[in-house]
Design a protein around this ligand. Sequence first.
Ligand code: ARG
Length: 271
Amino acid sequence: MRKNIKLFSTFLVVAFMLILTACGSSETSGNGDDSGDGKKTLRVVTDAAYAPFEYQDKGEIVGFDIDLIKAVAKEAGYEIDIAHTGWDPIFVELEKKIADIGISSITINDDRKKTYDFSVPYFLSTNKIMVPEGSDIKSAEDLKDKTVAVQNATTGQEAVEGLLGKNSDQIKKFENNNLAILELKAGGADAVVADNTVIEEYAKNNPNDKFVIIEDKDAFAQEFYGIMFPKGSKLKADFDKALNEVFDNGTYAKIYNEWFKVDPDVQLLKD
Ligand code: ARG
C-alpha cells in the first residue's frame, strides 16, 4: 500500500514536470508564430519618433520606412510585426537576435557593420543643423561655442562630437529626436543636428516655432539608410532581392512620392 502511494506520487511529480515543460516551450517560442507556410512572422523594430520616416499617428506606427518595409516584406513573402521599441533597443534586440529586422532611418556605416548586416541602401540622407530664425549660427563651424542637442548614439551625435570634441559638455544627448527638438524650443540648446529630411519636415510643419535649416556639405557627409539585420542573418539575401524588385517595379517610387511629393533617384541608390 505504502509503496503504491509512493509510486503514485512519483508519477504525479513527473507528470507535473512534463506539463510545465510543455507550457514553457510554447510560451518561449515568442517571436514568430508559424504562419502556415513554414515562414515565421518577423519581428521588426523601430524608433517611431522620427517623422516622416517612422512615427506614431493615433496609436499607429506609420511613415515612409513603415510603408517600405511592408512592401518589401510582402515582396519577399514574409509576414511582419512592427514594434516601436525606441532607438537603443533596436541595436540590443538585433544583436541578441530577439528581433529579426530593424528599420529606423539607420545609416549604414563601418562601425555598425562590425555587429550587424545591412540591406542595399534605400535612402540618401545627410545631417543638417536646425536653429531658431535669426540665430548667428550659419555653418557647422559656428557650433563650436554653442550648445547642441542631438539624439543619443546617432550619426548626428558623432558629427557634432567631431566638431566639439567627444566629451564636450556642450552636447546634450536625448533618447529620441523629438526630445532634442523640444530642448531647442525651450531654449536649452542653440541648435539640433539630425537627418535633413526630419528637421526640414519639422520646420515646415511647425512654422510657429520659427526654425530654419542650415546645410553644411563640408562638415556633414552623405549617408545611406539600410535595413538592419543580425550579423549573418539569412534574411538579408531575400530582402535585398525584394528591395531591388520594389525599386524596379515602381512600388518604391510610389511610396516615395506619397511621402515626399517628388520622384526618387533610384539609380543613385543602385550606384
Ligand atoms: N540616420 C541617423 C543614424 O543612423 C539617425 C537615425 C535616427 N532614427 C530614428 N528613428 N530615431 O544614426
